[in-house]
Write a protein that binds this ligand. Structure first.
Ligand SMILES: [Zn+2]
Length: 178
C-alpha cells in the first residue's frame, strides 16, 4: 500500500493477543503498540498458549503499552480508554470472546467506526446475538454484543469485526449498522 509504518502510522492497537491478531507484529518494530492489560495478563505463559496465544512467537522487542479502560463511559460502555487527546479514538471494553478483549471506537463527524476485533465474528452474528465459538463465557460475550448493538443504535456506526468477509465492502460503501 506504499505505507512506511514508522513514518505513516502513529500507533498499532491490538484488541487482544490471540495468535491471529499478533502475527503481523514483525511489520511494526518501530511503532507504538497499545493493547489491553487485562487481556495481556491471560495471554502469556502456559495459560496463554492454552487460550490461543503464541507468546513464544512474539518478536523479542515486543513490549506493548498496556492500558486499562479506566476512563469515561462511551454510550452503553461503562468506561473507556481515550487514545487520542480529543477522545475521538478510544478503546471500549468488549469482553467475552476472551477476558479483557477491547474494541476500538473511532468517532468521526458523521459516523462512528466500530473496530470490533473478535467481539463478534460478523455483523450478521452481531445482529442475531450469536456469540463466537471460542468463548468460554457466552453470557459475557452476549452482553458485549448487546452493548455494541446499543451503541450502533445511538449513532450511525459502521461495524467492522476482524473476521467479517463483508467488512471491507461496508467500510468502502460507508454502510451503517441498522
Ligand atoms: Zn480472537
Amino acid at each position: 500500500m506504499g505505507l512506511d509504518p514508522a513514518r505513516d502510522l502513529a500507533a498499532v492497537i491490538l484488541t487482544h493477543f490471540h495468535h491471529d491478531h499478533t502475527g503481523g507484529l514483525d511489520h511494526f518494530p518501530h511503532n507504538r503498540i497499545i493493547g489491553p492489560r487485562a487481556n495481556y495478563e491471560v495471554s502469556t505463559g502456559l495459560r496463554g498458549k492454552l487460550m490461543g496465544c503464541l507468546p513464544h512467537r512474539w518478536p523479542v522487542w515486543f513490549k506493548p503499552e498496556l492500558v486499562a479502560t479506566d476512563g469515561p463511559p462511551i454510550g452503553p460502555f461503562p468506561n473507556s480508554r481515550p487514545i487520542t487527546r480529543d477522545g475521538r479514538i478510544a478503546l471500549v471494553p468488549t469482553p467475552g470472546h476472551v477476558a479483557g478483549h477491547c474494541s476500538v471506537v473511532v468517532r468521526g463527524e458523521d459516523v462512528s467506526y466500530f473496530i470490533a476485533g473478535d467481539a463478534a465474528y460478523s455483523q450478521d452474528n452481531l445482529r442475531a446475538g450469536r456469540t463466537d465459538g471460542v468463548t468460554n463465557d457466552p453470557a459475557t460475550a452476549l452482553a458485549t454484543l448487546r452493548n455494541i448493538s446499543a451503541y450502533a443504535a445511538q449513532q450511525p456506526t459502521i461495524v467492522l469485526p476482524a473476521h467479517d468477509p463483508d467488512a471491507v465492502r461496508r467500510l468502502s460503501e460507508l454502510e451503517v449498522f441498522n
